[in-house]
Design a binder for this molecule. Structure first.
Ligand SMILES: [Fe+2]
Ligand SMILES: [Fe+2]
Length: 356
């Protein structure tokens, strides 16, 4: 994994300065385009074509239209809630936009070389552009917007080899699906918690993410070598843990946002992790043992450390004192993550012939 910082330009006045990059902020990715173009997907081409046909139908063509309900003042969402709300919109917009950039670039580079993948990426980038645009428009309700052009140039890009791109994007699409649908279903049952109209759009929105996830599922199956050996089992374990831990730490740090829409951040994450883990078992050879109490005991320790790290960073102590205070917390988090990684996963590849 290599990060290449790009040269930033000045942000225009009135436009939100992008949040500072940390290990937990949404990332932008790049890959080896030649290797991706040379990928043979013929083993599962029929399924891929069927998914692309669904993309072409474009079920959400008319979905992302702002209606009457947006046309009001949102000043009553104020104080800390407003801050957390804006942060939620910004992070979501950045994550969606990151998907757009990667898929768009892939479709451009693969055009004429790998037409099936190129078309799939092109149509997924269409969806992600819509999602990012809709979130960015929502930010204007709070008198802010993100300069996506600036973001494109100023963010650093993380390099992943193609097979890692597929594990990571598969998981991020599926976890995105479960995150959106879980919020949607909660607000459907508790309409008094729906403090802003964007959540109403999540039901159809998450179906885009679900279809994107299915596309990557099909690409992975076209390449059984990504799924059927001990290296695959280790990498799937690594990516599942990274995605779950990143979400858990991020969300518990922002539990106030979830409380504002009537959700307990920890319970919400446990539900999303459980569902995403189950879903991943349809294609990954292993899933994590998330029912083992040790799993959340260790994640809770990481989340508590992360919150303390945030408090130390925000304090007025001199730099060297902060470093000394942070060190044991960082070491403990690293230890917890290693212990989590070493927890025996659950083999699911033996059940595949039955489940499929
Ligand atoms: Fe999306
Ligand atoms: Fe997506």
């Amino acid at each position: 994994m290599v990060s290449t910082p790009q040269k930033p330009q000045a942000v225009q006045p009135g436009v939100k300065v992008p949040a500072k990059d940390t290990i937990l902020t949404p990332r932008f990715y790049t890959t080896n385009f030649e290797e991706m173009a040379a990928m043979d997907i013929s083993a599962n081409e029929e399924e891929l074509q069927a998914i692309i046909e669904e993309f072409r139908v474009d079920y959400n063509r008319h979905h992302f239209v702002r209606d009457e309900e947006f046309n009001q003042s949102w000043d009553h969402i104020d104080g800390k809630t407003r801050e957390l709300f804006i942060e939620f919109l910004e992070r979501s917009c950045t994550a969606e936009f990151s998907g757009f950039l990667l898929y768009k670039e892939l479709s451009r580079k693969l055009k004429g070389k790998n037409p099936v993948l190129a078309e799939g990426f092109e149509l997924m980038s269409r969806d992600e552009a819509r999602h990012a645009g809709f979130l960015n428009k929502a930010m204007t309700d709070f008198n802010l917007s993100l300069d996506l052009g600036f973001l494109t140039q100023s963010k650093s890009y993380t390099y992943f080899a193609p097979k890692f791109i597929f594990y990571a994007t598969y998981l991020s699409e599926k976890i995105g699906y479960w995150r959106y649908i879980t919020i949607y279903r909660h607000l459907e049952k508790n309409p008094e918690d729906r403090i802003y109209p964007i959540f109403r759009f999540f039901e159809n929105w998450c179906q885009d993410e679900n279809r994107h996830g299915d596309f990557f599922d099909a690409v992975l199956r076209a390449n059984p070598q990504f799924l059927n050996d001990w290296k695959a089992r280790l990498w799937c374990r690594f990516f599942l843990l990274s995605v779950f831990a990143t979400m858990f730490l991020n969300d518990l740090q922002r539990s106030g946002f979830y409380a504002a829409i009537g959700l307990n951040a920890r319970d919400y994450d446990i539900e999303v992790i459980k569902k995403t883990n189950e879903t991943a078992g349809r294609v990954f050879p292993i899933i994590l043992d998330v029912e083992n109490p040790e799993f959340y005991e260790r994640l809770d320790r990481c989340a508590a450390n992360n919150i303390k790290l945030g408090e130390i960073a925000a304090s007025n102590e001199p730099g060297f004192v902060k470093t000394l205070q942070k060190l044991p917390l960082i070491l403990n988090t690293a230890w917890q993550l290693i212990a989590l990684f070493l927890m025996p996963p659950i083999r699911v590849d033996q059940n595949w012939s039955v489940a499929r």
